[in-house]
Design a protein around this ligand. Structure first.
Ligand SMILES: [Mn+2]
Length: 337
């Protein structure tokens, strides 16, 4: 990416003509209010060719909800979450408590780029998942960290298939998504974690925030028998974020999967599977901050926002954009304080 045309005092037209065509922020004197522009995540530069990726963090949208047996709509989340992300500036998140800006260089120096969406082949989830796995593999091959915006929670299995290094998986979710493959059903959002847990490079699975009374006892038994660490909401409140992650070694490679329904029902009107007694913002943030500080986070996803179900202000998408931006900032700060 180029910073040509950003120098003060240049003729605006000349500056515009010299701009890199992938530059999403435009001339330095633009206001770029949240409702203006073509939305990439946080207005990061668009990377049209993942194979040529040169950034640390690569946003990949997965507008896919064919894994939702109940209400569809999560396919619209990557675009709407990107729109809400524009409400944060490009200079990093300011944290009033520490009076500091989190990862101020994330967007402006090109550490983060937006690679757009995985191509979706409607009614052919195998083909879509293949595209997703390939995109993740390509990002990792370029030394980048995938930041995946779903879509429903079925996508985490094909994401993990794109990794070949050993990873510990941390799932924040009201539900275990540990359903058995039965009656030829395998691609729903309620099955991905049983499947990814069986991948040879997945070293451990930690499921935090589990509380739904729709949980099946057989899934709990199977997950525990397979070595999963299940941290229910009462357990999380007892242990805190540090305790919930204490069994994962310092510095371990960790992949984090965040289902928006880990948050309390009151926070997520635009989520089809919302449950009571979930996490507050500071509780979920605390887990992500702890993970970013203690581990080498090698990628993460944020899933299950359903914009057609959301209230008019789009608060669930806004919460999604904030969660992603804040976790990204924490990882980026750890990588380069
Ligand atoms: Mn889930």
């Amino acid at each position: 990416m180029s910073s040509r045309g950003r120098r003060a005092g240049r003729d605006p037209l000349a500056s515009f003509m010299e701009q890199d065509v992938t530059e999403m922020r435009g001339a330095a004197d633009r206001l770029n209010r949240g409702f203006v522009g073509v939305p990439t995540f946080l207005r990061a530069n668009y990377c049209a060719d993942v194979a040529a990726l040169e950034a640390e963090f690569a946003v990949i949208g997965v507008p896919f909800d064919e894994g939702s047996p109940f209400a569809p709509g999560a396919r619209f989340a990557p675009r709407v979450i990107r729109e809400h992300s524009l409400r944060f500036g490009t200079g990093g998140l300011y944290d009033i408590d520490s009076d500091s800006v989190l990862a101020p260089d994330l967007v402006t120096t090109g550490r983060l780029v937006d690679c757009g969406d995985v191509d979706i082949w409607p009614t052919n989830p195998a083909r879509t998942f293949h595209n997703l796995t390939q995109a993740v593999r390509t990002v990792l091959g370029r030394g980048g960290k995938p930041v995946v915006i779903g879509g429903d929670h079925s996508i985490t299995f094909p994401i993990l298939q794109g990794y070949d290094r050993p990873v510990h998986v941390v799932q924040l979710d009201a539900h275990m998504d540990y359903g058995a493959v039965t009656e030829d059903l395998r691609h729903t959002n309620g099955q991905a974690f049983r499947q990814l847990h069986a991948l040879p490079h997945v070293e451990s699975l930690t499921q935090i925030g589990i509380r739904s009374f729709r949980t099946r006892a057989s899934d709990v038994r199977d997950a525990r028998a397979n070595g999963s660490t299940i941290v229910t909401m009462p357990k999380l409140r007892e242990l805190g974020a540090a305790g919930a992650l204490a069994h994962i070694p310092d510095g371990a490679c960790v992949y984090v999967s965040i289902d928006v329904d880990a948050y309390d029902m009151t926070l997520v009107p635009g989520c089809v599977s919302a449950e009571p007694d979930g996490m507050r913002f500071d509780e979920l943030s605390g887990i992500l901050d702890t993970a970013a500080r203690r581990f080498a986070v090698v990628g993460f996803d944020f899933v299950e926002v359903n914009p057609p179900l959301d209230v008019g202000t789009g608060v669930t998408s806004y919460l999604g954009a904030l969660t992603i931006a804040k976790f990204l900032s924490a990882i980026a700060t750890k990588d380069r304080p």
